[in-house]
Design a protein around this ligand. Structure first.
Ligand code: UD1
Length: 417
């Protein structure tokens, strides 16, 4: 069952509900729940593969975790925590590193395995470590683990070299219990950061400026657990907008905010789609074939790197030639070879890809190399003659709770094989 077959079908039509952003927002809030002794309730948290790993990490450090409904999790952190995240879990999912800040802040020490690189680049952690060091933590990397220690973290001015999402999250969740004020300059501005800090503020933290490049955190003595509802998944929404761009048609997405997708919506508009807000989501329509535009990925509010593989799939069947520049990760074009096997005309050089649109691809067996690459190949299958079978589909299931069901609801010819 680890593959999905896609065939071209009629233009997409219909409405779907967008899932809660478990991978990019929910996991971070689960890690943050470690900060407040007691029971945190997390809602709108659909299960995806990465969630299983985070639940295992929370249990490994001593939290009790239980499902209270299909998308509602209760995390009880009343017991004394064991601040160590083991390698077999961290190596399966990079976001496990998000427990470092909360464990250090609550326990005064933490030992977390290093995740290593993955299929999209080398993915360093230097900014996480430098920021924690600035707050007074002693850090040592040895035997594949980072060990951090401090009596009490203290507020600091931290200037990030790059607006890293993970570093911003780790540093904010450490600073909430530090003594004094921490200022993070060049902080990431992603909507998921705002989702996290809104949750922390409801727990009693004092965070200002979230969503801007300067975040100010006044440390507090303690936090109290509360309830949180995870935001709608803007990456999932963008994926289905691009599916519509490839297959044509008219769709409605519920439970997501258009303002989280402004840059994508602008590009899709330039390519010939019409996209507008509805009271609870987004409406979009696409002609039979789009026109190519150049795209460069950047941190939010720029064009998210997570959309880049889907954007290349879309450009591969658009009219004209486009240059795609990847500015966030250093090795995110590997999947292009799979797309080329489907007849796409794409050449990559360093951080650039030149995509010459063809009118139709040809279905082929292909391999998902990572979560977004797999999604992109399935979208390409919507405009590829015959059948496209995307193998290693488990990568896609790390973030999309029901990719196949959602696209099938919109009328796509897609099923598991
Ligand atoms: C998160 C998202 C991922 C998204 C990315 C966009 C989750 C689970 N993942 O990943 O889907 O594509 O943000 O930015 O939310 N870097 C360093 N040193 C550091 C930290 C990062 O050099 O200490 C570099 C990375 O190697 C990468 C870039 O900064 O090239 C961006 O990484 P970062 O924003 O931290 O990504 P993640 O938080 O890992």
């Amino acid at each position: 069952m680890d593959a999905v077959a896609v065939r071209p079908g009629p233009p997409l039509s219909g409405a779907i509900k967008i899932s809660g952003a478990t991978k990019n927002s929910g996991l971070k809030q689960l890690a943050a729940a470690l900060l407040a002794p007691g029971v945190t309730v997390v809602r709108n948290l659909p299960p995806v593969a990465d969630l299983e790993v985070m639940i295992a990490v929370l249990r490994a450090v001593g939290a009790e975790v239980e499902w209270a409904g299909p998308e509602e999790l209760h995390i009880d952190t009343s017991a004394r925590l064991i601040p160590e995240a083991p390698y077999d879990l961290v190596s399966r999912m990079r976001a496990s590193i998000n427990v470092l800040g909360p464990l250090l802040a609550r326990c005064g020490e933490a030992r977390v395995a290093l995740p290593g690189g993955d299929n999209i680049g080398s993915r360093k952690l230097d900014m996480h470590f430098r920021g924690l060091h600035a707050m007074g933590a002693e850090l040592e990397v040895s035997h594949g683990f980072v060990e951090a220690r401090c009596n009490k973290l203290k507020g600091a001015l931290i200037v990030l070299d790059f607006p890293s999402v993970g570093a911003t999250e780790n540093l904010v969740t450490a600073a909430v219990l530090a003594k004094g004020e921490t200022v993070i300059e060049n902080a990431a501005r992603e909507p998921e950061i705002r989702d996290l800090t809104a949750f922390l503020n409801r727990m009693g933290a004092h965070i200002l400026g979230s969503g801007t490049s300067t975040i100010r955190i006044e440390g507090v003595e303690g936090l109290v657990p509360c309830e949180t509802e995870i935001m709608g998944d803007r990456i999932e929404a963008g994926t289905f907008l691009m599916a519509c761009g490839i297959a044509g048609g008219e769709i409605e997405l519920e439970g997501v905010r258009l303002e989280h997708l402004e840059m994508v919506v602008m590009k899709l508009g330039e390519m010939g789609m019409r996209v507008s807000p509805t009271p609870d989501g987004i409406w979009a329509s696409a002609p039979e074939r789009l026109t190519a535009v150049d795209i460069a990925t950047l941190p939010y509010p720029g064009f998210a790197t997570d959309f880049m593989p889907m954007a290349i799939a879309m450009l591969a069947v658009s009219e004209g030639t486009a240059i795609v520049t990847e500015n966030v990760f250093d090795n995110r074009f590997s999947f292009v070879d799979e797309l080329v096997r489907m007849g796409a005309d794409v050449r990559t050089e360093g951080r650039y890809a030149v995509v010459r649109g063809v009118s139709r691809l040809s279905g082929a067996p292909v391999r998902a190399l990572d979560v977004r690459a797999g999604a992109a190949l399935a979208l390409a299958g919507l405009k590829a003659e015959g059948s496209t079978v995307v193998h290693e589909w488990h990568h896609v299931e790390r973030a999309y709770p029901d990719f196949v069901g959602a696209l099938a609801t919109l009328g796509a010819d897609i099923h598991r094989v």
